[in-house]
Design a protein around this ligand. Structure first.
Ligand code: ASP
Ligand code: MG
Length: 409
């Protein structure tokens, strides 16, 4: 007998936020089964359950032990898998739900941000053989000592992608509350377009830049194993966006999309003595405090002193202030400035590798709206500018237009 084809579907929290939505998801899962597939479904916790659980913990303790946080957070997904199984039973389907531990999702021991080491396919395949739909709790696993772990916020995506890999699924479908990946946030840019395709590298940039569609780590895994991902809406049938390996044709497009991130803050350490070891001292202190630094800029000094600017996540700003002030006792910079009113505007596209003039076009667009640029950083497929937060929306619109992103390619 020919082997049945397998699809992994993942439904995010918004897609299973209430009983009505769970029933709707059951129908979509059934449709897939009816098309002749074996279906493994990964679900997130209902709506904002994980946040609610974390808030509860915060009411008990300001510094809960991470092992117990994982015990707590992992309950969210256990609720949704059971409810979805019941919803499938109600419409006459055979389905069974499992926790991460039950299907053998083995992770390392780093609580709250564990990485998947291995997944056993035995139980899932046994259930497929019985004609059942298998529902797996996202975002969780157990470490080799059978301690429950979670995979970092948004981690159901990585559960889905990893399952697609071990099951050799045809595709990993990510169902969400948007119709796919867009050239810009449609709430800001009215004529933003849904992309048919996007490469793993581009999607990884978007995810890292704070686009909420998928967890960055899951894209890394998909890219490593070349798992095709289809991001689509749970509320309609429309084709979404395929995330896949880069093909030559993708380079014809200069820029795939524009994003803006308002969750960063800028720090400038002014008049740092221009001698070996100062930057190292500063960033070693930040690293020790576990503060992630994004952009870093230092210019040549003409006065034997120089300014160093960098950005951090806004939620880290308070700690950054403490650390930098402390570090400055040794560095002897003259002043430190903290700025929360910034936004980071980025254009992303693999076409940049083979075309020049992208930066000029971006800067020109911003200039035409009289938007000032604070900082610039580039990678092979991305250019980011730090601008004033109040200019964020106008900047996205003018950049989107300058690159002709509203027009179908
Ligand atoms: N429920 C988890 C979270 O909110 C995992 C997920 O939704 O993917 O982060
Ligand atoms: Mg999510």
């Amino acid at each position: 007998m020919a082997k049945k084809r397998i699809i992994v579907q993942k439904y995010g929290g918004t897609s299973v936020a209430d009983p009505g939505k769970i029933k709707h998801v059951a129908k979509r899962v059934k449709e897939c089964k009816d098309r002749g597939y074996d279906v493994a479904v990964v679900v997130s916790a209902l709506g904002k359950t994980t946040d609610a659980l974390l808030n509860l913990a915060a009411e008990i303790s300001s510094d809960p032990v991470e092992r117990e946080l994982d015990m707590l957070m992992s309950t969210g997904e256990q609720v949704s898998v059971a409810l979805l199984a019941m919803a499938l039973h109600e419409i006459g389907e055979e389905a069974i739900s499992f926790t991460g531990a039950q299907v053998g999702i083995i992770t390392d021991s780093s609580h709250t941000k564990a990485r998947i080491l291995d997944i056993s396919t035995k139980r899932i395949k046994e259930q497929f053989a019985k004609g059942r739909i298998v529902i797996v709790a996202g975002f969780q696993g157990t470490d080799p000592d059978q301690e429950i772990t979670t995979l970092g916020r948004g981690g159901s995506d990585v559960t889905a992608v990893a399952l697609a890999k071990v099951l050799s699924a045809e595709v990993c479908e990510i169902y969400t509350d948007v119709k796919g990946v867009y050239t810009a946030d449609p709430r800001t840019v009215k004529n933003a377009r849904k992309l048919e395709n996007i490469s793993y590298d581009e999607m990884l940039e978007f995810a890292s830049l704070g686009a909420q569609v998928m967890q960055a780590r899951s894209i890394e895994v998909a890219s490593k194993f070349n798992i095709p991902i289809h991001v689509r809406a749970s509320f309609c049938d429309e084709q979404g966006t395929m995330i896949c390996k880069e093909v030559k044709k993708m380079e014809d497009v200069l820029v795939r999309g524009v994003t803006v991130n308002k969750d960063e803050a800028k720090v400038t350490v002014c008049d740092v003595p221009d001698k070996p070891g100062e930057a190292s001292r500063l960033f070693a202190c930040l690293a020790k405090a576990n503060i992630n630094v994004d952009m870093i800029i230092q210019n040549v000094s003409r006065t034997r002193r120089t300014d160093i600017s960098f950005t951090v996540h806004a939620s880290d700003l308070k700690r950054t202030q403490e650390v930098v002030k402390e570090a400055n006792k040794k560095i002897g910079a003259i002043d430190v400035k903290f700025d929360k009113d910034v936004a980071k505007l980025s254009v992303v596209g693999v076409g940049m590798r083979s075309h020049s003039g992208v930066a000029a076009k971006m800067f020109g667009a911003l200039a035409s709206e009289k938007i000032n640029i604070d900082m610039i950083s580039t990678s092979e497929i991305k250019i980011s500018c730090v601008i004033r937060k109040k200019d964020a929306e106008a900047a996205v619109r003018v950049t989107h237009k300058a690159f002709g992103l509203n027009k179908k390619k």
